[in-house]
Design a binder for this molecule. Structure first.
Ligand code: BJ8
Length: 421
């Protein structure tokens, strides 16, 4: 990796602590990713992105900011990328997926709170994540209680705007959400000094839809009996989609899709025949949280789809392209409100999605992944399980944080589950 110390210094990072973080990632990535056999050639791009995770893209963000551009950091897939892109700004997803940041998070948050929140806050206050340091403003949302209150703490360290996301999907909630989108649009325009015109918004909608389409194309290859890519690799690609340059990401992922489609034609699979196909559903897996996929795929299973925010929920539905700004804003509101997050009540759409995806991806079983202390997803398990039982779909709940202490125990449970299905 090139020498980025000057760049990191300019971002006011804790370099000593950051060195400790950088020291563990290559081996961790090597063990989980590079050890896989028969990986598609196209994965080299994503290997490069990971090897440069705190370098190349950060440099791009710095150059953008040097020219007066702004960077918006977000934590939820309800924050509309279209408005950020239409104003010539860059959006980056910031959720923390590493254990490394938990102790710093626990300095200001209770211990019994979701690890995603602790890691995200810890990443900021420890000054060890250059993405946080590159963001001109963070955009939070009122989803779960933990996140909602964590913004007040993060606000002590950095500017933050909070979007008031409704928790129901009635007509009046949509009106409220459109209003929130307008407030956000005004903020983005004010911060960037760029007006979001009809034309710019249309272009942004097209671009983000194109990014969604390429991810859909990638996931479509996982519906095949011949699995041309591991679940772990697919997860990594989705995680990278949150912060890579959208145009480059589309180009590189399209190239990969061609290779994968060709593999399917030639019958090249990365798994042995009859490997149990698993649909993962539940809480998001922020980079570098690869734990569950790694355990599944080294315990005799193959992950074929993720009904999560680092999976299908991020890209399954497109924004309808519309004419006027008003119509376009409404279409954006509709698309985002169609995401089925457990923070909403009722949330029956998610159950329908899980059953539909189970069939579409020809899955043999469902692994319900829950980060500890995520109450909305944990409570929703009851209804999901009931619906899956009625359909005769096998499901197992795995609750786990980022630490590696419970790996053996999870492995044993999953092996037994795969035997059974
Ligand atoms: S749309 S899932 S990204 S809120 S932080 S809710 S895991 S206790 S992230 Fe989310 Fe948006 Fe919904 Fe998706 Fe639970 Fe943790 Fe809260 Fe979490």
């Amino acid at each position: 990796m090139a020498d980025y110390r000057k760049l990191w210094e300019s971002l006011d990072m804790d370099l000593e602590k950051h060195d400790q973080l950088c020291a563990v990632l290559p081996e961790f990535y090597g063990d989980i990713y590079l050890s896989q056999e028969n990986r598609p050639e196209g994965m080299n791009y994503y290997n490069f992105v990971v090897s440069e995770i705190h370098g190349f893209r950060i440099q791009e963000l710095a150059e953008h900011r040097k020219k007066g551009g702004k960077v918006f950091g977000s934590f939820c897939i309800y924050v509309p990328d279209e408005l950020i892109v239409a104003a010539g700004a860059i959006g980056v997803g910031l959720c923390g997926g590493s254990d490394f940041w938990i102790p710093d998070g626990e300095k200001v948050l209770p211990r019994n709170i979701c690890p995603l929140i602790k890691a995200s806050v810890g990443a900021k206050i420890s000054g060890t994540c250059p993405y946080f340091q590159s963001a001109d403003i963070l955009v939070g949302e009122t989803t779960c209680d933990g996140k909602k209150k964590a913004w007040e703490i993060l606000g002590k360290y950095t500017p933050i705007h909070v979007m008031d996301l409704p928790q129901m999907k009635r007509g009046k909630d949509k009106i409220h959400w459109i209003d929130e989108l307008k407030i956000f649009k005004d903020l983005v325009e004010k911060m960037t000094g760029n007006e979001i015109t009809e034309e710019k918004l249309k272009e942004a909608v097209k671009l983000i839809n194109e990014k969604r389409r390429v991810l859909q194309r990638l996931y479509n290859t996982r519906k095949s009996e011949v699995l041309p890519i591991s679940g772990k690799d697919a997860l990594l690609i989705t995680q990278i989609a949150f912060y890579d340059d959208p145009k480059r990401f589309i180009e590189k992922t399209s190239e990969l899709c061609e290779e994968l489609e060709d593999r399917i034609k030639k019958g090249i699979s990365v798994f042995e025949e009859n490997t149990p196909r698993i649909l993962v559903t539940g809480t998001p897996m922020a980079i570098p949280n690869w734990k569950l996929h790694h355990i599944i795929e080294t315990s005799g299973g193959a992950v074929v789809c993720e009904e999560t925010c680092t999976g299908i929920r991020y890209f399954e539905r497109l924004v309808k392209e519309a004419e006027s700004i008003e119509e376009q804003m409404e279409a954006i509101a509709d698309r985002y409100l169609s995401i089925n997050c457990a923070c909403f009540t009722p949330n029956d759409g998610r159950i329908e999605d899980i059953i539909r995806l189970y069939k579409e991806y020809k899955a043999d079983g469902v692994v319900y992944y829950n980060l500890p202390f995520c109450h909305t997803y944990a409570v929703e398990y009851n209804k999901v399980k009931e619906a899956l039982d009625n359909e005769g779909i096998p499901v197992i709940m795995i609750e786990s944080d980022y630490s590696l202490q419970d790996v053996g125990q999870i492995k044993t449970r999953l092996e037994a589950f795969f035997e059974m299905i």
